[in-house]
Design a protein around this ligand. Structure first.
Ligand code: PMV
Length: 354
């Protein structure tokens, strides 16, 4: 009979890089020019939920994002689907009398429904959560037996930063040096329990879609920015070692210094690109100045900031008490509808809870 359906639902959080990935050495396989390190957020807040289903009644592979059908024809989706199908193994549900052999997986079509609970493509790493979730859900559906490292190398081919969302806590994406990309995978540095005093607050400065996609931006930076080449060869390798040490020791002073400096260098690379790319706006700059002044006034780092390919501020407070002060001060200095169009507020403000 052809009226059966098998489905799997998965949920993946987004991640925020504290040592940034910017620049590819291979655009098809998505291989980076440097290692990067990120923090994975609490899955209850910024996340993607994806349901994947298979049925003999489906005529083609189809996908809906936030309820709207999108094309699966791009090479990123095709590569993920192909890599998962190649690793599929037999599925059997005796009760329902369903058996899907390894060969059947190559012939059956999938339907995919995915929801982001936050703005798509606004520099909040929506593609990171999206591809991590898609690959994880498809892997479960198709009985893929490989470990998370191998799955991360598949998610990487959807969106580079996605490979880091397969793990919680602190994650390193190792650039690797193999031409096939099999060693360009994510590894967990420490679990979410390792440093659970940290509180991450995201100030949504603008939920508009960014003007320059990260793909285009990276390509232009690789082609034109001399600063990027200096950064990937001379700066990042040292920072990776220092950041791993700061995380291992829960050293907030070093963690904060490295995070802010690395974000600023990434945006300097964007300015050094021809034509220049502006991801931050006046409000982003005001938030940076404000945090810098606060840290200087206290004499020890209280809050770290980092910005991705958009104007939204990701603020990391050293503990819950500081996070409380930070929220009060943000609301005072940047009232909603004046500087910030909205906040991630209420119980959603605290993205990484103990
Ligand atoms: O994976 P992509 O193509 O969305 O690129 C992400 C790039 C940054 O978010 C700016 C940095 C990073 O390491 O996540």
């Amino acid at each position: 009979s052809s009226n059966w359906i098998v489905m799997v639902t998965a949920k993946s959080p987004t991640n925020i890089a504290v040592i940034k990935y910017w620049g590819k050495r291979d655009e098809t396989l998505i291989l980076p020019i440097n290692d990067s390190i990120s923090v994975t957020l609490d899955p209850d807040h910024l996340c993607t939920t994806t349901t994947v289903a298979v049925s003999p009644a489906f005529q083609s592979d189809r996908m809906w994002l936030n309820g709207k059908e999108i094309s699966l024809s791009g090479h990123r989706y095709q590569n993920c689907l192909r890599e998962i199908r190649q690793r599929a193994s037999e599925y059997e549900d005796e009760k329902r009398g369903i058996r899907i052999s390894k060969e059947d997986w190559g012939k059956l079509h999938v339907h995919i429904a995915s929801y982001n609970n936050f703005p798509t493509a606004a520099g909040l790493a929506s593609s990171a959560a999206g591809f991590a979730c898609l690959v994880f859900a498809l892997g479960k559906l198709m009985q893929v037996k490989e470990d998370l490292g191998a799955l991360s190398a598949i998610a990487r081919q959807g969106s580079g930063s996605a490979c880091r969302s397969l793990y919680g806590g602190f994650v390193k994406w190792v650039m690797g040096n193999d031409v096939t990309g099999k060693d360009s995978i994510a590894v967990q540095l420490a679990s979410e329990k390792h440093w659970d005093d940290l509180v991450i607050i995201i100030a949504v400065v603008s939920s508009r879609q960014k003007e320059t996609s990260s793909t285009t931006g990276m390509r232009e930076s690789v082609e034109t920015s001399t600063l990027l080449h200096h950064r990937s060869k001379e700066v990042v390798p040292k920072r990776i070692v220092q950041m791993e040490e700061a995380i291992a020791n829960r050293d907030f002073a070093s963690f904060s210094k490295l995070t802010c400096t690395d974000s600023n260098q990434f945006h300097a690379v964007c300015l050094d690109t021809c034509p220049p790319i502006f991801y931050m706006n006046d409000t982003s700059h005001k938030i940076i100045s404000y945090v810098e002044k606060w840290n200087q006034y206290e004499g020890t780092a209280q809050v770290a900031y980092t910005f991705d390919a958009g104007p939204n501020a990701v603020l990391i407070a050293r503990d819950r008490k500081t996070a409380g002060h930070l929220l009060q001060r943000l609301l005072f200095y940047f009232p909603p509808n004046v500087d910030l169009s909205s906040y991630v507020l209420g119980d959603k403000s605290i993205l990484q809870e103990a």
